[in-house]
Design a protein. Structure first.
Length: 55
């Protein structure tokens, strides 16, 4: 399982940048710990590069 997570995070970082990789990590940590604030911030950071790029 950690290998799959590492591959997904590396792909997201390559495709969308470090900010999206940080967002993915925060989202995953927030969902795992059931922390809505952490998951919300992670979700926003994950979506922000897509919105900024206009896609």
């Amino acid at each position: 399982m950690p290998l799959i997570t590492l591959v997904i995070e590396q792909y997201v970082q390559w495709r969308f940048g470090a900010l999206a990789a940080l967002g993915l990590a925060l989202l995953a940590a927030g969902l795992k710990t059931e922390n809505a604030t952490c998951a919300g911030i992670g979700g926003l950071l994950l979506v922000a590069p897509s919105v900024a790029a206009g896609t």
